[in-house]
Design a binder for this molecule. Structure first.
Ligand code: PEP
Ligand code: MN
Length: 338
C-alpha cells in the first residue's frame, strides 16, 4: 500500500503514518521527494487492511493499493526516474553509459589491454568477471580473489570504475571492497540470499534478468535489493530463452519500454550474451540505444580467439571503437549522448 502525503506535509503527519504502520507490524520505506513524501507500507497482510486506516490520518492525500507484486521498484512508489551515481557518472539520466571489458579477468596484461582499449574508445566503466558462474563445473571459474585485485589495480591505474559479478552470498563484502558496482548474474536473479546481502551493501547493483524470468519476476527480485535499503539498482536485459536458437538468447527489446513504463529504475542492455556471436553484437547494441536503454554492458577482449570465456561473442578493440562511433550518432538522434 502506498500513502501519498500532501505537498509540504509536516514531519508530525509523516511520523503519524509511520507510527500507525509500525503498530500494525508493517515495514515502511519512505520516498522523500523535494515537495512530496510517499510512504510504502510493506507486509504480507497489507491486502487485508482497509485503506481508511491511513486515509483518515492528517495531511494524507491518497492511499493506493499496488496490485503488482513489486512495490518499491514500481512507478507508484517513485514517479520520477531514479538515477544511480558512480563518482561523476550518472546512470538513468541523459547519458548512455557504456560498460565494457572482458567476460573474465584472465591476467593483468589481458585486463589492462582491454581496459585501455575500451577507455580510449569512450567506455566509462570497466567490466570483468573474477567469479564466473559457469554452466559446467569443469569450465574456467575465474581468478576469484586475484581477479578482484587486478580489477582494483586497473581502477587505480586508469581512474575507471569497475563492475564485477558476485556469485556467493557470503562474498558480497569481499567483492564490494574491490568493485564500484556489483553484478548479480542471470542465473542468480532469484537467489534471494544473494539479493538480501547485496541489498545491505552500499554499492550499486546491476541486476541481470533471469533468462527464464518475466519482467514482473525481475522487478519483484529488484524489490529484495530495494527493501534492504540499497536504492542504487540498475536492471540489465541480457536476452531470454525462447524457441529461437539462431542467437544465444533472444534479446527482449520490448523489455526496455516496459520497464520504463512500470518502474523508475534505470535499465541497461547486454547485447553480448544475447547475441552469442560477435557479428551480431553491434546491431543489437544499436537497437538497444534506439529503444531507450540507459547503458550497455559489452564484452571486449584484446584477442577474442584466445579468450578463456565467451571469445565468440567478444568484440575486438577496433570493432568496439567503430561501434561506439555508431552509438554516439544514435544517442544524439534521440536527445542523449555517450
Ligand atoms: C556475464 O556478464 O559474464 C554473465 C555471466 O552474464 P549473464 O549472467 O547474463 O549470463
Ligand atoms: Mn560472458
Amino acid at each position: 500500500m502506498i500513502v501519498e502525503m500532501r505537498t509540504g506535509a509536516s514531519q508530525d503527519a509523516i511520523d503519524a503514518v509511520v507510527d500507525r504502520a509500525r503498530s500494525l507490524g508493517l515495514d515502511i520505506q519512505l520516498n522523500q521527494g523535494t515537495d512530496k513524501t510517499v510512504v510504502a507500507l510493506l507486509g504480507s497482510n497489507t491486502g487485508q487492511l482497509p485503506t481508511d486506516t491511513f486515509a483518515v490520518l492528517p495531511e494524507v492525500e491518497s492511499v493506493t493499493r499496488i496490485m503488482k507484486p513489486y512495490k518499491l521498484a514500481s512507478r507508484e512508489f517513485r514517479e520520477t526516474d531514479s538515477i544511480v551515481s558512480i563518482d561523476d557518472i550518472e546512470i538513468g539520466g541523459k547519458r548512455v553509459v557504456v560498460m565494457a571489458g572482458p567476460c573474465a579477468v584472465e591476467s593483468q596484461e589481458q585486463l589492462m589491454e582491454a581496459a585501455r582499449a575500451v577507455q580510449g574508445a569512450g567506455a566509462s566503466i570497466l567490466r570483468g568477471g573474477a567469479f564466473k558462474p559457469r554452466t559446467s563445473p569443469f569450465s574456467f571459474q575465474g581468478l576469484e580473489a586475484e581477479g578482484l585485485e587486478l580489477l582494483a589495480a586497473a581502477r587505480e591505474n586508469l581512474g575507471m570504475p569497475v563492475i564485477t559479478e558476485v556469485v556467493d552470498p557470503g562474498d558480497v563484502d569481499l567483492v564490494a571492497a574491490s568493485a564500484d558496482i556489483l553484478q548479480v548474474g542471470s542465473r542468480n536473479m532469484q537467489n534471494f540470499a544473494l539479493l538480501t546481502n547485496a541489498g545491505r551493501s552500499r554499492r550499486p547493483v546491476v541486476l541481470k534478468r533471469g533468462f527464464s524470468c518475466t519482467i514482473t519476476e525481475w522487478l519483484t527480485a529488484a524489490d529484495y535489493l530495494l527493501a534492504g535499503g540499497n536504492n542504487q539498482v540498475i536492471l540489465c536485459e541480457r536476452g531470454i530463452r525462447t524457441f529461437e536458437d539462431s542467437t544465444r538468447f533472444s534479446l527482449d527489446i520490448g523489455a526496455i519500454p516496459v520497464v520504463k513504463k512500470y518502474s523508475h529504475l534505470p535499465v541497461i542492455v547486454d547485447p553480448s550474451h544475447a547475441a552469442g556471436h560477435y557479428s551480431l553484437v553491434p546491431a543489437i547494441a544499436r537497437a538497444a540505444v534506439a529503444a531507450g536503454a540507459d547503458g550497455l554492458l559489452i564484452e571486449v577482449h584484446p584477442n577474442p580467439k584466445e579468450a578463456l570465456v565467451d571469445g565468440l561473442q567478444s568484440l575486438t578493440p577496433s570493432d568496439f571503437s567503430r561501434l561506439m562511433t555508431e552509438l554516439r550518432a544514435i544517442a544524439e538522434s534521440i536527445g542523449r549522448y555517450i
